[in-house]
Write a protein that binds this ligand. Structure first.
Ligand code: NCD
Length: 298
């Protein structure tokens, strides 16, 4: 008889107990599991809607088993280290961990301490990197036939805090983009750009947009700033409006990783307009994350 609830030992017949114990030992000794699937764990220590959901949907479409762990509700609040959590999950069979964390550089820090056989994907570390977002952005542009070498790609806004911008600079440069232009108020320009990346800077959005093929808007990350933001002034100088967009090429694509501050970084009209790729990026995010899983678990 199959077991449908295991509440206490009294619920188990002698045969159940015998079967479970025998099977446990057989599995430990290498017997083929009856259900074969990789297990991935989503570990999100910062809020997320689209990234977390997209990783989960991608995993499910590949038949992976998904474990969702909320940082604030896990044992880490009892002082367990991230490495211990990962080792514990791996000992239970998790082969791939997707990590989002507020601490810049955390993935690099833990890399050498990962248990053997546990793969790790950085889903965004503080102001560090967000490689899967950059890959899905590039896949979105590729699907539309954008020729990277000849393209002028403008990245606009809170570059200093943006892991999306950092990873995009690195990837777009690797893809041979000749003109990556950064446009931001002076205090929000990045302190450094990734090694080997050449960028131009523009001190106004209007100038930056001249002849652009792609404009990537960034969210203003107020939660990572000490100072307040004058939203109206920001919108007046740096918000992407339909009128401003006419400075770019007529077929210039508009991207935003989300979540958008509508009416601040971008108007409703531009976000919902024909040049906007916002939902195409989300759609591609599932495919790109599937492709990433395949390349890590195959
Ligand atoms: C970005 C992130 O979390 O880094 N969003 C995302 O992954 N879709 C950008 C942001 O939060 O501003």
């Amino acid at each position: 008889m199959s077991l449908n609830a295991l509440i206490d030992i009294d619920a188990l017949s002698d045969q159940h107990i015998e079967r479970i114990i025998d099977r446990s030992v057989a599995l430990l000794n290498g017997a083929e599991p009856l259900i074969r699937s990789h297990i991935m764990a989503n570990l999100f220590f910062e809020p997320s809607t689209r990234t977390r959901t997209s990783f989960e949907i991608a995993a499910r479409r590949l038949g992976l088993t998904v474990i969702n762990m909320d940082g604030p509700r896990s044992s880490m609040t009892k002082g367990e280290s991230l490495i211990d959590t990962l080792a514990t999950l791996h000992a239970m069979g998790v082969e791939l961990a997707v990590l989002r964390h507020g601490q810049t550089g955390i993935c690099h820090e833990i890399l050498n301490h990962l248990p053997d056989g546990l793969a790790l994907i950085n889903a965004g570390d503080g102001c560090g990197n967000h490689p899967t977002q950059a890959l899905l952005d590039a896949a979105t542009l590729t699907s539309l036939g954008v020729a990277f070498r000849d393209a002028k790609i403008v990245i606009v806004g809170d570059l200093r805090h943006s892991r999306v911008a950092r990873s995009n600079m690195a990837l777009l440069s690797r893809l041979g983009v000749g003109n990556i232009t950064l446009a931001a108020p002076e205090p929000w320009l990045p302190e450094t750009v990734p090694d080997g990346v050449m960028v131009s800077q523009s001190s106004t959005l209007d100038d930056a947009l001249d002849d652009a093929d792609v404009v990537m808007m960034l969210r203003v990350q107020q939660e990572r700033m000490d100072e307040g933001v004058d939203w109206a002034a920001y919108h007046a100088d740096w918000g992407l409006t339909t009128q401003r967009l006419t400075r770019a090429k007529p077929d210039c694509w508009v991207m935003h990783p989300g979540p958008m501050n509508r009416g601040i970084e971008i108007t409703d009209e531009v976000a919902g307009g024909a040049q906007s790729l916002v939902l195409k990026q989300v759609q591609m995010s599932v495919c790109t994350r599937m492709a990433i899983f395949e390349s890590m678990l195959a």
